[in-house]
Ligand binder design. Structure first.
Ligand code: SF4
Length: 297
């Protein structure tokens, strides 16, 4: 009887161990999937500088990156305001509100919408005058005459639709998704300067990545997208080409390697002066140079 009891205890502890192992396996696999899922924003970062992806993927280092000097924080906030402006274009074009009223609403909303990114209470009123200078008569005239906004005005858009593809291990949220009849058109908002013609290469790849995510969900081919360079009131249509799709897959592979721990070279035009990771990046560079006796690029 005693032996029977022991046997059944050994049996149940074996079962317990089996369940535990299974749970560990599920937990480990889920963690791996989470770590390995690449965000579209990381594809964009990789093109600016691959090391931004490396540091961004490491929590402690990212925390340090978030301790931003005032100048950097201000430029980020300007970006948030411009982005919100892009979400209010129909109000301006249709003259539902005057521009000062739209700007007032945006300044009130930004601290709520971007609470996580702003980390602290900041008085945005001093920025109002700067923005009223950007949104001058010339800007308004350009905005009202642009043909690329017709689709948005006619069909509206869904804001920041979250997209995910298990097949690609890729996720992202597209700024605007316009659904025109049977066609889905991703649209991204850019707060920096526009190129003279067409769109920047990284914008083209970002759009192609969203197109591929949308296609994986809807099973329909996405043939075009839009880039809204809001600062300059330049709105450009982009055809999604095979080469763009191939580039997405290529960069995706490289980003995964970096997220697995491969420390990458910096890009030739890395914007180091304005980088939140400049200090840790230089330390890391020096450490590796000492370790391997070679110069890191
Ligand atoms: S400091 Fe320069 S090289 Fe380092 S992550 Fe920033 S941009 Fe890239």
């Amino acid at each position: 009887m005693h032996d029977m009891h022991n046997i059944s205890r050994t049996g149940s502890s074996k079962i317990d161990m089996g369940i535990k192992l299974k749970l560990y396996f599920i937990f480990y696999t889920n963690c791996l999937i989470f770590i390995m899922t690449v965000r579209v924003s990381e594809l964009v970062q990789y093109q600016i500088c691959p090391r931004l992806v490396y540091f961004g993927a490491r929590d402690n280092e990212r925390d340090q990156g978030l301790q931003q000097p005032q100048a950097r924080l201000r430029s980020r906030i300007e970006g948030f305001i411009l982005k919100e402006l892009a979400f209010n274009l129909s109000r301006i074009i249709n003259c539902e509100s005057d521009i000062a009223e739209v700007m007032g609403d945006i300044l009130k909303c930004v601290p709520w919408i971007y609470r996580e990114e702003m980390c602290q209470d900041i008085d945005l009123e001093p920025l109002r005058a700067d923005f009223m200078r950007i949104i001058n008569e010339r800007w308004l005239k350009k905005l009202r005459s642009t043909r690329e906004l017709e689709l948005e005005l006619e069909h509206g858009y869904e804001r920041e639709r979250v997209l995910y593809s298990a097949k690609l291990n890729l996720s992202g949220s597209v700024d605007k998704l316009i659904i025109a009849d049977e066609e889905e058109i991703p649209c991204i908002i850019k707060t920096g300067k526009s190129p003279e013609y067409g769109v920047w290469r990284s914008d083209r790849i970002q759009l192609a990545a969203y197109a591929m995510l949308i296609e994986d969900e809807s099973m329909r081919t996405v043939r075009r997208g839009l880039v809204q360079y809001i600062r300059d009131a330049e709105f450009r249509e982009v055809q999604i080409r095979r080469a763009d799709r191939a580039m997405v897959l290529h960069v995706l592979k490289r980003v995964k390697r970096v997220k697995q721990g491969v420390f990458p070279d910096r890009s030739r035009n890395a914007p180091c002066e304005n980088c939140a990771y400049a200090d840790i990046c230089n330390t890391r560079k020096t450490f590796l140079s000492v370790l391997f006796g070679q110069k890191q690029k």
